[in-house]
Design a protein around this ligand. Structure first.
Ligand code: AMP
Length: 130
């Protein structure tokens, strides 16, 4: 069965898209730790990040870098934190999270609530800077 993220890639379920190319897709995390929290995924479904072949993983990192820089230009923060968990969704993804302190990247934190309109305009703003 296709992962929820594959369904996002093919447009079967909606997402707040930031950017995509032939191999990768970036969108806002629906349950963000901070405003601007985004996920970068390979379009080809692979569960574990470190099962991705070297060339694709290197390119994914560079794609994530561009997304991080666009988030940084949009959301005031000290820097963008990077995390890989994959404990919930078995489709490799890199979390990009705006940070002002170490505590901001604690996944046990309460999540930020945004309205659909806020998600939409935030994704558009970041996309414009990608
Ligand atoms: P993990 O697999 O532990 O890295 O966690 C999966 C992440 O995906 C969580 O931060 C969720 O909020 C996020 N997530 C799950 N479903 C969606 C979705 N449909 N759209 C955006 N983000 C999602």
């Amino acid at each position: 069965m296709a992962s929820i993220f594959t369904k996002i890639v093919v447009g079967e379920i909606p997402s707040y898209k930031i950017a995509e190319d032939e191999r990768f897709f970036a969108f806002l995390d629906i349950n963000p730790l901070a405003k601007g929290h985004a996920l970068v995924i390979p379009k080809k479904e692979v569960d574990y990040l470190f099962d991705i072949d070297d060339d694709t993983l290197a390119s994914m990192t560079l794609f994530a870098k561009r997304v991080a820089m666009a988030i940084e230009k949009t959301v005031p923060c000290k820097r963008i934190g990077v995390a890989v968990l994959g404990l919930e969704v078995p489709h490799a993804h890199i979390h990009l999270i705006p940070l002002n302190s170490e505590a901001d990247i604690n996944f046990a934190n309460p999540r930020v609530k945004l309205t659909p309109d806020e998600f939409t305009s935030l994704a558009k703003e970041i996309a414009n800077k990608f």
